[in-house]
Design a protein around this ligand. Structure first.
Ligand SMILES: *Cc1c(COP(=O)(O)O)cnc(C)c1O
Length: 433
């Protein structure tokens, strides 16, 4: 498979180049040249397949031309060594629980897949000293750091906004040590993301260091997220509820929902999507007006969605040939305040016993307000509520149980490097390595 840049002004890349570079030379995002339709027989039988079998078939459509089948199977099986169950919440609404992986957020899927794929390429080329740069609004850092921990030849630098991630999230990537370095940036997530992008564009840095990105701009992180849309559908079909499926995705940088849009292009029978936003409503405004106006991000209680200039917007408009009409045909949007998010967490817990996290709450509420009676709705429950312990306990006025996996992380000692949001500081830091 060849990959082109959404800015259409960079050379066509191989999978390996796209994964190692992360971002195209013209600052565009890589897109696969073709999105293959999966055969009808696959959809007819999908409810009888395991998650790993489904994922392998999807992975084969993306990566089969570039990775030997046995290697791909190994990567898929290792990545998906946990379940992603679809759980009934209320009426015709189901939660796709993406928090059963090692860091309790959906980013484990892409983070683990990418770490293994990059590891394969590096071993094949006999390279070492690859530097993975990743900006995080909370959950990417831990998923990527844990995915890459102790991978030979790779050093990971996690950039995160000082004081803007939850304590537990912070512990998950600042306590690992070894090949993982945490960098605390005096700025917002968008500042972190722009430092990473600037580093890729910097000639001197790229001459001296082998840099790559593990944000959802990287195809190896973003494409595997399609796996669980197919698996969610399979589970719904098994329950006999697979007609008029609506999927709602709590969105920040829009990597997750874009993977779902790819699944639809591959023939997955999804009727429509809803992108749920917090008060960072850039995409919502785009849907209403057709005009995309990036803004600085605002801090909210659904902090992993605090993105003011979502990277993957470039992929969404490319996928729909820049047609606002085509985009609004498939995707609608919602935007919620902190108060609305808190109210949803509390009411849902009281009425159904289901505890949402602040991000999933946006998704659940969007379905409650927008689902038609004959439709079946799935929202992506993108992280475990205990990752946002204080917020959730304050809302429901009860203590909640912290899963063992999270408690392990909390025992560690935080280690991080302080940096300003000035690119020159970051550059000097990288050059001093
Ligand atoms: C990253 C994240 C999101 C946003 O996902 P995008 O792919 O950036 O749109 C939503 N919820 C949680 C918990 C996250 O960690």
């Amino acid at each position: 498979m060849k990959y082109y840049s959404t800015n259409k002004n960079a050379p066509i890349a191989s999978l390996e180049e796209a994964v190692v570079k992360g971002l195209a030379e013209d600052k565009g995002l890589f897109m696969p040249e073709t999105i293959k339709l999966l055969p009808q027989s696959f959809y007819d039988n999908i409810e009888n397949m395991s998650f790993q079998e489904i994922a392998l078939q999807v992975a084969d459509a993306f990566f089969g031309e570039d990775i030997p089948k046995d290697v791909l199977k190994h990567i898929v099986n290792e990545t998906l060594n946990f379940d992603i169950p679809l759980v009934h919440v209320n009426d015709n609404i189901y939660s796709l629980e993406l928090f059963h992986g090692p860091t309790l957020a959906f980013k484990d899927v892409g983070g683990r897949f990418m770490a293994r794929l990059l590891g394969y390429f590096i071993t094949k080329e006999g390279k070492n000293d690859v530097n993975v740069l990743v900006a995080t609004s909370g959950d990417t850092g831990s998923a990527v750091a844990n995915g890459f921990l102790d991978v030979e030849g790779i050093n990971v630098y996690v950039l995160y906004p000082k004081g803007k991630v939850s304590e537990i999230q912070e512990k998950q990537f600042t306590t690992l040590g070894r090949n993982i370095t945490a960098i605390e940036v005096d700025g917002t997530f968008d500042d972190c993301q722009s430092l990473v992008k600037s580093a890729f564009m910097d000639k001197e840095l790229n001459e001296k260091l082998l840099l790559t990105s593990a944000n959802s701009i990287n195809v190896a992180r973003f494409l595997p997220q399609a796996f669980y849309y197919f698996y969610a559908y399979a589970q719904l079909k098994k329950m006999g509820k697979a007609n008029e499926v609506v999927i709602c995705v709590p969105s920040g940088n829009f990597g997750n929902i874009t993977a779902g849009l790819f699944a639809k292009k591959m023939g997955l029978p999804i009727k429509r999507f809803i992108a749920a936003n917090n008060k960072n409503d850039i995409f919502y405004q785009y849907l209403q007006t057709g005009v995309y106006t990036p803004k600085s991000s605002i801090a909210t209680i659904a902090n992993a969605m605090d993105v003011g200039d979502p990277s993957n917007f470039a992929r969404v408009i490319d996928l729909y040939n820049r047609s606002h009409e085509a985009i609004t045909h498939d995707i609608s949007g919602t935007t919620y305040s902190n108060e609305q998010i808190a109210e949803t967490v509390k009411n849902t817990f009281t009425k159904t016993g289901y505890l949402l996290d602040p991000h999933g709450a946006c998704g659940y509420r969007a379905l409650q307000e927008n689902l038609h009676p004959q439709e079946n709705g799935i929202f992506l429950e993108t992280a475990h509520p205990a990752k946002f312990l204080e917020t959730i306990e304050n809302i429901i006025e009860e203590k909640i149980e912290i899963p063992q996996k999270l408690r392990e992380f909390m025992k560690g000692e935080k280690q991080s490097i302080d940096l300003s949001k000035d690119f020159n500081d970051f550059k000097s830091f990288l050059l001093s390595l």
